[in-house]
Design a protein around this ligand. Sequence first.
Ligand code: 4AD
Ligand code: MG
Length: 433
Amino acid sequence: MQDLKHVYISEISKYAGRDVCLKGWLYNKRSSGKLHFLQVRDGTGIIQAVVFKGDVDPETFTMADKIPQESSVEVYGTVKEDKRSPAGFEIGVKHLKLVSEAMEYPISPKEHGVAFLLENRHLWLRSPRQHAILKIRNTIIKTIRDYFNNNNFLLIDAPIFTPAACEGTTTLFETEYFDEKAYLTQSGQLYMEGAVMAFGKVYCFGPTFRAEKSKTRRHLTEFWMVEPEMAYYDLNMDMDLAEDFVETIVQSVLNANRAELGLLERDISKLENIKKPFPRISYDEALEILKSKGKEVPWGEDFGGDEETAISENFDGPVMIHRYPAECKAFYMKQDPQNAKLALCVDMIAPEGYGEIIGGGQREDNLDLLLAKIKEHNLNREAFEWYLDLRRYGSVPHAGFGLGIERTVGWLCGLHHVRETIPFPRMMERIKP
Ligand code: 4AD
Ligand code: MG
């Protein structure tokens, strides 16, 4: 028995009719007289293991009756086809080995409040729902890496400790760096601008940090962002890339994760619609849409979650809003040569109220205009001298964007809040577990 081949549930169909060993945990159990039905999970799936009194030794039968939820077990038995079960197979148990008996498990398959589940995030991860979400996250990340690898981008890892702000000083996390102050990175963009002048097309992909003091369903204090940067790209080329990229991600999840989307009860028809080209509207046109809905925003203000949701209602896919007022955007945005009050930037707003998933645009490549912006934003010029060099030595038009992974996962999975989109969420009120 003990030397039976260890197989994974995801591959169980290859072993029909054979005796195998599964190594996993007891997810759930029900019993009726001479039968115990154990739901066993091993990380790749869940399968029913049937323990029939007549097939096993008395110790195994008693163990199957008593074994608590989430105990770790090795299951030895025969793989049997079973059309009614979700896996298509079940295990006719011959022997069970208890690896470690679990104490009374705090999360039962019934409903729990979110606060309790977040406290127990390390255990909550074991649920099929979290499994589905994180599998979709995995597909998204794999697709992103493949996309850039297939399109001649070079991966450039950006630093986490930085000497200056990229996205405004109000959300900086400050830390000690020997005798100096440092900040956790808000974005790798400035470093990508340096690298792109060396390598033409680059991207970084890593954690970024923002001391977001608001508790919204879209904000984490630590989130993952992928940031491509391209030399000799203008705003239109940037938008072309962004829509192709997002379409690729959506189609890839639809291909790879039908089962997970089903488990999450995601309305797939809404995702099947996501095909480029995506509509492109100016900030001024977005203001008109808001006005028609009775939401007047004064010219010059950025949009918040409510405005983004209202705008998204007019479209059945992502919409790109370009040319915001420079005054509400970061210092590095290129001034629109047609109108100095506008920045050549773009935000992509996901449909169904999932908010901004991409922020980006063309970068200011003119040294004097950039110097003026650094001053206007009260930034410490010294910390940006290296960045200014990029305009001194062979400056070229260039553009890029950042896609937030968690918002993308939230949208594709149809989740109300980003807290479930990352294994261990960090929010204003949460740094545990
Ligand atoms: O719009 P943001 O701030 O853009 C940048 O950081 C640029 N430097 C990117 C670039 O051009 N290279 O952030 C980009 C995206 C947002 O659209 C959103 O998806 C996500 O990052 N994001 C957040 N996600 C979760 N929690 C937060 N607090 C987020 N802040 C931004
Ligand atoms: Mg933004």
